[in-house]
Design a protein around this ligand. Sequence first.
Ligand SMILES: O=P(O)(O)OC[C@H]1O[C@H](OP(=O)(O)OP(=O)(O)O)[C@H](O)[C@@H]1O
Ligand SMILES: Nc1ncnc2[nH]cnc12
Length: 181
Amino acid sequence: MTPELAHDLKASVRTIPDYPKPGIMFRDITTLLGDPRAFRRAVDELVHPWAGSKIDKVAGIEARGFIIGGAIAHQVSSGFVPIRKKGKLPHACVSMSYALEYGTDIIEMHVDAIAPGERVILVDDLIATGGTAEGAIKLLRQTGAEVVAACFIIDLPDLGGAAKLRGMGVPVRTLMEFGGH
Ligand SMILES: O=P(O)(O)OC[C@H]1O[C@H](OP(=O)(O)OP(=O)(O)O)[C@H](O)[C@@H]1O
Ligand SMILES: Nc1ncnc2[nH]cnc12
């Protein structure tokens, strides 16, 4: 990615101070998504390393991971699998508990969504502590999936999520970093 493109993509993300609570700088990707050139370039850049390789499924994390993940699945001609918060999927599910800032929550995926050995890219808009993505990787591996990579538009490196995933043996691709929370 050229420095110019990296700069333009980062400039297309809007920051909302003190949302959803005081002290949080909320990185709002709706402005990137609403810019046709930025949206296309972000999707193209995220999947660039896997262009031409066989990807069976893209797994997107609710909710913003559905938007990016759907576009990436189309780009690599793979299927798309939603990973959702507990109780939202209609068929039998596999579940995984994951760490939140305070406490835990549960994510789910349909039990038959991925066959053993399928090559999967995990997608979300942003990685912070990595708790959500860590839970998703455990869920995918429980079904026998090979997690080829995890892709995020935004990394908050001070929170350590990307390092955590790399420690799990998953290559991580992100397009920009913001300091702090
Ligand atoms: O790396 P982590 O510390 O786990 O945080 C990252 C997650 O937080 C945000 O989702 P959120 O929980 O706000 O859910 P939403 O997309 O449904 O609003 C973001 O879209 C990631 O899924
Ligand atoms: N700072 C942030 N902006 C947007 N989404 C987030 N999810 C966790 N931290 C976030």
